[in-house]
Design a binder for this molecule. Structure first.
Ligand SMILES: [Cu+2]
Ligand SMILES: [Zn+2]
Length: 185
C-alpha cells in the first residue's frame, strides 16, 4: 500500500513537472514573438563608473516609444545606439559589437528621413547634474519579427554622436545593457 501510493505520487509529480515545462516553453515563445514592451537596464563599463538607468521600448500606434532615464553621466550629449550583440560582458563594452544594422544602411540621425542604422537612436543629453532623459517615438524599431531589437544591446557613449561616418565619432562606451522582454506584456 505504501509502495503503491509512493509510485502514484512519483507519477503525478513527473506529469506535473512535464506539463509545467511545456506550458512555460509555450508561454516564452508567445512572449518573444509578440512582445509589446521591452526593457534594457544599463551596466556601467570600466570607464563609466556611476552611470545607471534603463530604457524601455513600448509598442504604440505609430511605432515604438523609446523612453530612458539615465544618471551619473558627464554633462552634455552622449551617443545612444542599439548595438548588434546583447553582450555586456567586456569591461570596455566592446562585446556589444557594432551598430545594429539589419538593413545594411549607413549611419545616420533618427530625427531625419535620411538613411540610418536601425539601431541609431541619436543622442541623450545629460544636464549639469548628470541626468539625461529621452522620449521619442520611432516608426522603425520592431519588437517582433526578423528585425526585432529583442536580445540586442544598447550602448551609451562617452561623447556625442555627430552623425559622421561610419559610426558617429562618439568614442568609448560608458554603459551597456541588453534588451529583454519586460514584465507586464
Ligand atoms: Cu553606439
Ligand atoms: Zn549607426
Amino acid at each position: 500500500m505504501r509502495i503503491r501510493s509512493l509510485a502514484l505520487a512519483t507519477t503525478v509529480a513527473g506529469a506535473l513537472v512535464a506539463s509545467t515545462f511545456s506550458v512555460s516553453a509555450q508561454h516564452a515563445d508567445t512572449k518573444m514573438a509578440d512582445a509589446t514592451r521591452a526593457v534594457c537596464v544599463f551596466i556601467p563599463t570600466k570607464s563609466g563608473a556611476g552611470v545607471s538607468g534603463h530604457v524601455t521600448f513600448t509598442k504604440v500606434d505609430k511605432g515604438t516609444r523609446v523612453q530612458a532615464e539615465i544618471t551619473g553621466l558627464a554633462p552634455g550629449k552622449h551617443g545612444f545606439h542599439i548595438h548588434e550583440f546583447g553582450d555586456a560582458s567586456s569591461p570596455d563594452g566592446k562585446a556589444a559589437g557594432g551598430h545594429f544594422n539589419p538593413k545594411g544602411a549607413t549611419h545616420g540621425d533618427p530625427s531625419k528621413t535620411a538613411p540610418r542604422h536601425l539601431g541609431d537612436l541619436g543622442n541623450i543629453e545629460a544636464d549639469a547634474s548628470g541626468k539625461a532623459t529621452y522620449d521619442m517615438v520611432d516608426p522603425d524599431l520592431p519588437l517582433s519579427g526578423p528585425m526585432s531589437i529583442l536580445g540586442h544591446g544598447v550602448v551609451i557613449h562617452e561623447k556625442a554622436d555627430d552623425f559622421g561616418q561610419p559610426v558617429g565619432n562618439a568614442g568609448g562606451r560608458v554603459a551597456v545593457g541588453v534588451i529583454g522582454v519586460a514584465k507586464g506584456n
